[in-house]
Design a binder for this molecule. Structure first.
Ligand code: HEC
Length: 183
């Protein structure tokens, strides 16, 4: 009887050891796989526009060129005017939109999604909006997917700011300014 128990004990023990080995090697290999996956995952999330912009808008605006932003605004002109006093098209007039209360162009029928946002269009919120309007305000009437390129978005926002707003640009946070400079 005692002998049988010892045999059982050893069988159990080696089973546990085997399990341990399996777990450890499983860990090892899965980590290896993850590492291989990292660079691709990074590229996808930067360009898809599905995730919020990683670089703060203040950092991007420090290098932005409003003149280049005017060219980017060509994507918007089928739906938006930007001159003072110009009428709404499919979307509201955008003169002075930086700093303007959200959903406030007189006479324009905004969606509940946009009306529900509240507050003002500051640089940060415009950055969020233009990255992906439907992510920021699900159900919005703005039929526009968003702008993936950080540079294009920053140039556009810098240019919008010259159209009747002229607000001082936010100071870039020191750490991320360095990260961008290193790129
Ligand atoms: C296909 C038409 C269309 C295009 C293209 C478009 N928009 Fe819009 N935009 C709209 C509509 C419609 C609204 C109102 C959204 C709502 O009420 O849900 C809107 C709303 C906005 C608002 C909010 C304005 C406010 O008064 O609160 C901003 C800012 C804006 N658009 C900027 C842009 C910019 C910049 C571009 C170009 C990159 C652009 N839009 C491209 C149709 C468009």
């Amino acid at each position: 009887m005692a002998e049988r128990n010892t045999i059982l004990g050893w069988a159990l023990f080696s089973g546990v050891v085997l399990l341990g080995v399996t777990l450890v090697s499983g860990e090892y290999f899965s980590h290896d796989d993850e590492k291989k996956g990292y660079p691709i995952a990074g590229v996808v999330s930067e360009d898809s526009g599905a995730t919020p912009a990683a670089v703060p808008i203040a950092t991007l605006l420090a290098k932005a060129d409003p003149a280049k932003g005017q060219a980017v605004f060509a994507k918007c002109t089928s739906c938006h005017t930007d001159a003072a006093g110009a009428a709404a098209l499919i979307g509201p007039n955008l003169y002075g939109v930086v700093g303007r209360p959200v959903g406030s162009f007189p006479g324009f029928a905004y969606s509940d999604a946009v009306k529900g946002l509240g507050g003002k269009w500051d640089f940060d919120r415009l950055n969020q909006w233009l990255t992906s309007p439907s992510t920021m305000a699900p159900g919005t009437k703005m039929g526009f997917a968003g702008i993936d390129s950080d540079t294009d978005r920053a140039n556009l926002i810098a240019w919008l700011n010259t159209q009747g707003s002229n607000l001082p640009l936010p100071a870039p946070p020191a750490a991320s300014a360095k990260a961008v400079a290193a790129k």
